[in-house]
Design a protein around this ligand. Structure first.
Ligand code: SF4
Length: 446
C-alpha cells in the first residue's frame, strides 16, 4: 500500500507522525510524498491553530484531488477533541484519538473508502508514553527527541491537557540508547521535546534535572538543545549546569504569555512576572550570551490597554532575544472562554503586530551583541546559487556564510560579522567536525 502523511502543529506532532510512518513501513507500506497518488492518507492535526477545522478540510481536499479513492484517516489533538466534527467532513474514513494513534494498523483491517467514517477515540486516561523522534530535513543536522508527553497544568486558555492527557515521560533507562542512536546516525544536534518538558518525571523517579545531568555526563558527540520549558521548572541548578556544560546549547525558550501580574493570574500560570524577570536576569548573569526566546499571547480576556502596555514595557526591559507572539482565540471547554473583558479581535491583532515589531528589535539587538564572536554553526541548508550555507549557532542565531557543498555535517567555527535583515552574516574560520564542543568567544559582550 502507498501511504502519505501530513502533519500540522508542533514538533512533537512531527515526531509522532514519524513514528506512525515507521510503523507503516515496518508492515510493508511504501511512504510517498503528500500530493503524490496513493492508497491512503493520514493527517496528524493540531488544536492550537486558530482554524483547525478549516485547515484540516483544506488538507483533506488537497489529498482527495491527487488520490480521489484514497482512504483518509485523521488523528492528533483536533481529532481527540472534535471527532464527530472531523468525521462529518467529506472524504474522511476514520478518526483516531490520542490512545489509538499508534495502533492504527491494529484498528483498521482494510484501508478502503467507507460509506460511514469510523471513530476510534477513547478518553485520555492512562495513556502510555510512546517514544518518537523526527528529523527536520535529510541533511541529518538535527533531530527532535520526544522525552515527555501530556500536561497536568490547567492554564485557563489551553486545551492540550484534554487532547493529550496527563504528563508522562520516557523511561530514564532509555535515554542513553536514544542519544547514542541519533549520534551514530550522524546527527549533530538533538532537541529534547515535550509538551511540558520540565515536568519530566520517570516511572523510576528521576526528574528533569537528572535527565540533564545524565545527558551532560554522556558527553555525546552531538550538541543538545532544550525546546520550550515552563519558567517555573528552570532551577538555579539547571542554569548552572547549562552554563558549564559542553553539551547543552546556551539557548532557553521560556513561555511568558503575559508580563502583567493580573493577566498571568487569570491565565493560571505558575509563576509571577517578577519571578520571570529575575529568572532571565540570573540566566544572563551566568550565561551572558544565552539566546532567550519567549511565547506571548495577546488579547487574553481582561487584558486592557493598560495591562497590555504593562506586558509591552516588561518585555521591552528584558534581555530577551526573540518572541513568538500568538493572538488569543477562544477554545471550547476552557475556563477562559467564559471570562469577561473580551478584547475585540482587531485590538488583539494590533497588539500582536506591536509585539512582533518589538521582537524584530530584540533580535537585532541580540545579534548586534554577538558580532565579533566566533561560534559553532551546524551547516543546514546550502544555496548552490550563492554558494552559501545557513545554520544555527548554539545560542540560536541564524547565520549564513560562504562555503563548499562538502561542508554538510561539518560543524563550523564561524566569525559573526554583520547583520542582513534577520540573518547574521559570518565567515567560516575552520571546521570543527568530530569536535563540536561549543566554545564561545565573547569578544564584544559586556
Ligand atoms: S503548561 Fe499550560 S499552556 Fe502549556 S500545555 Fe500545559 S496547560 Fe497548556
Amino acid at each position: 500500500m502507498k501511504i502519505s502523511f501530513y502533519t500540522l502543529g508542533c514538533k512533537q506532532n512531527y515526531a509522532e507522525t514519524s513514528h506512525i510512518r515507521e510503523q507503516f513501513e515496518k508492515n510493508g507500506s511504501t511512504v510517498v510524498e503528500f500530493g503524490e497518488p496513493c492508497d491512503a492518507v493520514l493527517i496528524n492535526t493540531c488544536t492550537v491553530t486558530e482554524n483547525a477545522d478549516v485547515e484540516c478540510r483544506k488538507i483533506i481536499r488537497r489529498a482527495m484531488k491527487h488520490s480521489p479513492d484514497a482512504w483518509v484517516g485523521i488523528t492528533g489533538c483536533y481529532a481527540q477533541l472534535q471527532p464527530e466534527e472531523i468525521a462529518s467532513v467529506d472524504g474522511v474514513d476514520a478518526v483516531f484519538g490520542a490512545k489509538e494513534k499508534f495502533n492504527i494498523q491494529k484498528l483498521v483491517t482494510r484501508f478502503e473508502k467507507a460509506d460511514t467514517p469510523k471513530i476510534f477515540v477513547d478518553d485520555t486516561e492512562d495513556l502510555d508514553f510512546v517514544e518518537a523522534s523526527f528529523s527536520e530535513n535529510d541533511s541529518r543536522t538535527r533531530s527532535f527527541l520526544k522525552m515527555q508527553d501530556g500536561c497536568d497544568y490547567n492554564c485557563s486558555f489551553c486545551t492540550i491537557p484534554m487532547a493529550r492527557g496527563a504528563s508522562r515521560s520516557m523511561n530514564f533507562s532509555e535515554i542513553e540508547k536514544h542519544i547514542r542512536r541519533l549520534e551514530q546516525a550522524g546527527y549533530h544536534e538533538v532537541i529534547l521535546t515535550g509538551i511540558n518538558l520540565g515536568e519530566y518525571n520517570a516511572p523510576t523517579g528521576e526528574r528533569f534535572i537528572d535527565v540533564l545531568k545524565f545527558i551532560d555526563g554522556l558527553k555525546p558527540n552531538v550538541r543538545v538543545r532544550l525546546s520550550s520549558v515552563e519558567p517555573n521548572k528552570i532551577s538555579q541548578e539547571i542554569i548552572e549546569l547549562i552554563a558549564e556544560s559542553e553539551t547543552f546549547c546556551k539557548h532557553f525558550h521560556l513561555p511568558l504569555q503575559s508580563g502583567s501580574a493580573e493577566v498571568l493570574r487569570m491565565m493560571r500560570r505558575r509563576y509571577k512576572a517578577d519571578y520571570y524577570a529575575d529568572l532571565i536576569g540570573r540566566i544572563k548573569s551566568f550565561i551572558p550570551h544565552a539566546g532567550i526566546g519567549a511565547d506571548v499571547i495577546t488579547g487574553f480576556p481582561g487584558e486592557t490597554d493598560e495591562l497590555f502596555e504593562e506586558t509591552y514595557s516588561f518585555i521591552h526591559g528584558l534581555p530577551i532575544s526573540y518572541l513568538h507572539v500568538f493572538t488569543y482565540s477562544e477554545r471550547d471547554n476552557t475556563p477562559a472562554i467564559g471570562y469577561p473583558g473580551k478584547v475585540p479581535v482587531h485590538h488583539r491583532k494590533e497588539r500582536t503586530t506591536r509585539l512582533r515589531s518589538l521582537s524584530v528589535k530584540k533580535k537585532f539587538e541580540f545579534y548586534q551583541q554577538n558580532i565579533g564572536a566566533e561560534l559553532i554553526v551546524i551547516p543546514e541548508m546550502y544555496n548552490s546559487t550563492t554558494g552559501r550555507w545557513n545554520g544555527y549557532t548554539e545560542n540560536y542565531i541564524r547565520t549564513e556564510f560562504a562555503g563548499e557543498p562538502s561542508m554538510i555535517q561539518q560543524p563550523m567555527r564561524v566569525l559573526l560579522q554583520s547583520i542582513d535583515g534577520d540573518i547574521m552574516i559570518g565567515e567560516s574560520v575552520n571546521s570543527v567536525a568530530n569536535s563540536i564542543t561549543p566554545e564561545y568567544i565573547p569578544l564584544l559582550i559586556a
